[in-house]
Design a protein around this ligand. Structure first.
Ligand code: PLP
Length: 446
């Protein structure tokens, strides 16, 4: 396989028979057997999309409409959807392997862990595999508490780490936690980017500080200059560990392998998930130092996961790392990110009464509108113009643009054209007059 494969967008035309009736049936059954409110919200948001064909940066729905996927399941499709190399690796794995026996040692797990050790920053060289991001965070927190024998975990307001037990306890949004309280004790939250707040909270009972280097769900909030280094120094001062959640930011998304590299900071524990599965299999990894592995020596079976790092998923993940490396996808993401930023900033300058800021790193881009309701409304209009883009869960005024890293210049221009058309429709007052999620709407100055 050569670079051309990844530098093409693969299928760029429809390869199936659209079936609007099947779409309606799926939505009805989804409402009956899964979640009627989700169907209502998606319909009114213009996002009642049932995915059919998927290829590279594109997705087609059952109606036959094509979208440039700029949501990518919150950064899960860095190598593109159904990348031919990943599909071939998956076929090969399925022909010979299965999940594997979690209790035994495994060739595939060992090889993937070695590759992750080679790629991870600094001295992170040991891995525990899981099935998803939440599980990776859960283990990171267990390891931090187990290794330090300290109870306190400090995370950030508006941070997002998943919905499993420890991860949910660290969630930065109260609405996710409150129905399930009491959750785990001794979880504290501080504002992201505010080192003084961290200094006030951190002490010698702190096991770890848990952060996303760039808050994703929080609204693409980039760490201010010097912040991560200062957090690292505070952790070192009190003997706490630094956990960096690279589940959205990792694997080339920000134009470096890991976002921490932008800041020259090496964590003690790093979590990776989403794109590691190459859009085909679920797999996550908690990567940590050899020193921390000491905790597992007397406790080799203290954390188990039947499907975590299945042999098939490890084989696929290995090919994901190969594709990123030998197609230069990290550098490519940086170049496409620069182009996208330049184009979006020009639109923002022309439209200051709609767009407050464009920010991010590489292909992790946030467009902050001047008010909350514009996020959902622009999602609606962008969908009408063939772009799937969703606003941030914890910050509806911010639209996340996180396309596959295989995106090329023509797709960047396609996105920019769609953005301009969507904004024009919004100005003309087309589409839903208020946020489909009922975010409070204030008048927009034109
Ligand atoms: C930064 C971050 N951490 C953790 C998670 C949780 O991952 P998962 O949904 O696979 O449990 C997510 C999911 O969006 C995430 O964005």
């Amino acid at each position: 396989m050569d670079d051309e494969l990844v530098n093409n967008v693969w299928l760029d035309e429809i390869d199936f028979i659209p079936d609007p009736a099947a779409k309606q049936r799926a939505l009805e059954e989804f409402a009956l057997y899964l979640n009627p409110q989700k169907v209502r919200v998606m319909r009114s948001a213009g996002l009642d999309i049932i995915e059919a064909q998927r290829s590279g940066p594109w997705v087609w729905d059952l109606d036959g409409r094509r979208f440039l996927d700029c949501f990518t399941s919150a950064g899960s499709f860095n190598v593109g959807r159904r990348n031919p190399r990943i599909v071939a690796a998956a076929h090969q794995a399925i022909d010979h392997l299965d999940h594997g026996n979690f209790l035994l040692c495994s060739e595939q797990k060992a090889e993937l862990a070695r590759r992750l050790a080679e790629l991870a920053p600094g001295n992170l060289s040991c891995t525990m595999f899981g099935t998803g991001g939440g599980e990776a965070i859960d283990f990171a927190i267990k390891l931090a508490r187990g290794a330090t024998r300290r109870p306190k975990i400090i995370s950030t307001l508006n941070g997002y780490h998943g919905h499993t037990g420890f991860a949910l306890s660290a969630a930065g949004r109260a609405a996710f936690r409150e129905p399930f309280e009491p959750l785990m004790t001794q979880f504290e939250r501080v504002p992201f980017g505010d080192i003084d707040a961290l200094v006030r909270e951190i002490d010698d009972s702190t096991a770890a500080v848990l952060l996303e280097p760039i808050q994703g769900e929080g609204g693409i909030i980039v760490a201010p200059d010097g912040y991560l280094a200062a957090v690292r120094a505070e952790c070192d001062r009190v003997g706490a560990l630094l956990i960096l959640d690279e589940i959205q930011t990792g694997l080339g998304r920000t134009g470096k392998w890991w976002a921490s590299e932008h800041y020259g900071v090496v964590p003690d524990i790093m979590t990776v998930a989403k794109s590691l599965g190459g859009s085909l299999f679920s797999i996550s990894a908690t990567i940590f130092t050899e020193e921390l592995r000491e905790f597992l020596i007397p406790n080799p079976f203290i954390h188990l996961s039947t499907f975590g790092g299945s042999d098939v998923a490890c084989a696929v993940a290995l090919e994901v790392l190969n594709v990123i490396e030998d197609t230069g996808l990290v550098e490519h993401a940086a170049a496409m990110g620069e182009l996208l930023f330049a184009r979006l900033r020009a639109i923002a300058e022309e439209n200051p009464s709609y767009i407050r800021e464009v920010r991010g790193l590489g292909l992790m881009v946030g467009v902050e509108y001047v008010e909350d309701s514009l996020g959902p409304r622009m999602s609606y209009h962008l969908a009408q113009h063939g772009v799937l883009a969703i606003y941030s869960g914890n910050q509806p005024s911010v639209m996340r643009l996180m396309p596959s890293l295989v995106i090329e210049e023509p797709q960047v221009e396609y996105l920019i054209d769609a953005f301009r058309s969507a904004l024009a429709d919004l100005k003309e007052g087309q589409g839903p007059s208020e946020s489909p999620t009922r975010a409070k709407r204030r008048p927009v100055r034109s």
